[in-house]
Design a protein around this ligand. Structure first.
Ligand SMILES: Nc1ncnc2c1ncn2[C@@H]1O[C@H](COP(=O)(O)OP(=O)(O)OP(=O)(O)O)[C@@H](O)[C@H]1O
Length: 548
């Protein structure tokens, strides 16, 4: 098993005391509920018999106190049980999400590209939630129902006789078999549902994201049709599983009533023989009725085990994607600002042609170069190799004379900064989006970075200034403004080496030239690689390198 693979057992083990406390409280509340019914049965029968004059006197205080106690214990233990199991759930969710998210953070650019955003989100949310059902819905209640059944059978063995105890055990222990049967019958549909539900969410989110394109190409009806088809498949599976749940729940209810009936028949026999009193008979029957209820929800819950397994598989697949790029045993700290690309070859997959084939480049410390070339010639790929988001198949990349593979990743990140082609802005304030680069930056620092990025006027127009919220993926800022916000973020990092992937794209010529001027000052003695299709709008640079 890979070290970073999902360790469900370990996660459950870490929270074992919470889970145990939850199960014990579940048992206590079930016992109190069943005792409440049983004592009520005893009390009602005894009162009726006293009313008929069959029994001479009736002690109403002892059973009355018992009923009150059972009612209070049931309420309190159920409340505490909810509190504890919910707390346990949140802790389990935190552990699970933490582990899955931690694993995602280790993925490199190449592995991340293989993930579809909607699908990953699904695994992080729905699948993790489904897994959490494992304890709350299945393990805890099953253990509680089993323990209660054993306890009641023991009680019947003492109060009534061995046959009644065995009848209760025999009939109610059919329930786990019914639950298992329901799990097996729902196996395929449950697995299909785990796969189809994310497909539906993915289709829905992608339809919304690409709505303007779909409208422009008049593809809305076709997309709607696709959505409806997936939705119909989901509904079909859910219907199938709901029918199975109803059937198995009906069967469990039947075994519960069969047990009540068996206890009634057997204890009438005992009563006739004078071995038990009428109130005990009432107690036995109603206790069995209460006991049957403890099993009610289990077949559905067991059936969902299959969904848990599917969810586990999907999350495990996400977390088990091989390790990211290897890190040297004793990594060095990045030092020196000169960059060498030495005979580098790279292809994305073995079956694809080489994007770079024996590529060479030397950039001296403090030198600025413009990298130009036709679309698809590998400029962005080269930037990612320099950032060590990818490793070359052949050749090496050196920073300050040291192979990038020997450098500590965090130190490399502090040393080389990248303005990517599609920078990400978070649904957060301008200030927090910028402070991602430097948490301790003052408002003045942010203002300076924004001014260098040519956003002073833009900021003046914002009512809440730095505290203005940017909606998800930069929805309320224009493409050009979003890229310049990301540029301001890069400026805050203060890295001595920077790669700017098309810094002036999306800007009109006048703005681009203005930005080039302020950037020129900021770049100062930094080493800079500027990727562009229009080198005339770039800040001053020493050389132009043509790729492709
Ligand atoms: N993840 C990937 N998997 C497979 N091929 C890829 C991947 N990313 C890029 N490519 C391919 O690699 C080649 C180089 O892409 P790259 O993005 O580096 O080009 P570029 O020169 O930056 O292009 P542009 O100027 O349009 O940004 C292209 O043919 C592209 O299709």
């Amino acid at each position: 098993m890979h070290e970073s693979e999902l360790k469900l057992g370990a996660i459950l083990g870490r929270r074992r005391w919470w889970l145990l406390a939850g199960t014990l409280l579940m048992v206590l509340s079930l016992i109190a509920g069943t005792a409440l019914l049983g004592l009520s049965g005893w009390f009602i029968t005894a009162s009726a018999l006293a009313g008929l004059g069959v029994i001479a006197s009736l002690d109403i205080f002892t059973p009355g106190a018992g009923i009150r106690l059972a009612a209070v214990v049931r309420t309190v233990s159920r409340y505490l049980e909810r509190l504890i199991t919910h707390e346990a759930t949140f802790r389990l969710l935190t552990d699970l999400r933490g582990q899955v998210f931690g694993r995602l953070l280790q993925l490199d650019e190449y592995q991340l590209r293989g993930l579809r955003r909607g699908d990953t989100l699904n695994r992080l949310t729905t699948d993790v939630d489904t897994l959490d059902h494992l304890f709350i819905g299945v393990a805890g209640p099953t253990a509680a129902a089993l323990m209660l059944t054993m306890a009641v059978a023991g009680l019947f063995g003492i109060l009534l006789d061995a046959w009644t105890a065995l009848a209760v055990l025999g009939l109610l222990l059919v329930n786990p078999a019914l639950a298992e049967l329901s799990r097996r019958r729902g196996h395929r549909a449950s697995h299909q549902l785990v796969e189809t539900l994310p497909e539906l969410r993915r289709e829905a989110s992608e339809s919304l994201e690409s709505l303007s394109d779909l409208v422009a190409y008049d593809r809305v009806p076709a997309q709607r049709q696709r959505l409806l088809e997936v939705s119909a498949r989901v509904i079909g599976l859910q219907e199938k599983l709901a029918r199975l749940d109803a059937l198995s729940q009906g069967l469990v209810t039947m075994t519960g009533f069969l047990a009540v009936w068996a206890v009634l028949v057997l204890s009438i026999g005992l009563f006739q023989q004078g071995l038990i009193s009428g109130p005990v008979l009432g107690l036995a029957v109603l206790t069995t009725l209460g006991l049957g209820e403890a099993w009610q929800t289990l077949p559905g819950a067991w059936r969902k085990l299959e969904q848990c397994r599917g969810a586990h598989r999907r999350i495990a697949a996400l977390t088990a994607a091989g390790p990211g790029l290897p890190v040297a045993e004793q990594p060095r700290t990045a030092a020196g600002n000169d960059l060498v690309v030495d005979n580098v070859s790279f292809r994305y997959r073995p079956e694809l042609p080489r994007v770079l084939d024996g590529f060479n480049l030397r950039v001296a410390g403090g030198e600025r170069i413009a990298l130009i070339g036709p679309s698809g010639c590998g400029k962005t790929t080269l930037a990612q190799l320099i950032m060590r988001q990818l490793d070359p198949d052949e050749g090496r990349l050196l920073l300050g004379g040291e192979d990038l593979r020997r450098l500590e990743p965090a130190s490399l990140r502090r040393h080389i900064g990248l303005l990517s082609q599609h920078p990400m802005l978070f649904h957060d304030t301008v200030a927090r989006n910028l402070r991602l680069a430097r948490p301790e930056a003052s408002d003045e620092d942010l203002g300076r970075a924004l001014a260098i990025a040519g956003l002073a006027n833009f900021m003046d127009g914002l009512e809440h200034g730095l505290e203005t919220w940017i909606s998800e993926a930069g929805g309320n800022v224009s493409g050009g403004e979003g890229r310049r916000l990301a540029l301001a973020r890069l400026i805050l990092t203060d890295c001595p080496v920077v790669i700017l992937d098309e810094p002036t794209t999306g800007l009109d010529r006048e703005t681009a030239l203005g930005l080039a001027e302020t950037l020129d000052q900021w770049l100062g003695s930094r080493t800079a690689i500027m990727i562009t299709h229009d080198p005339d709008t770039l800040p001053r640079h020493d050389r132009r390198i043509r790729m492709g």
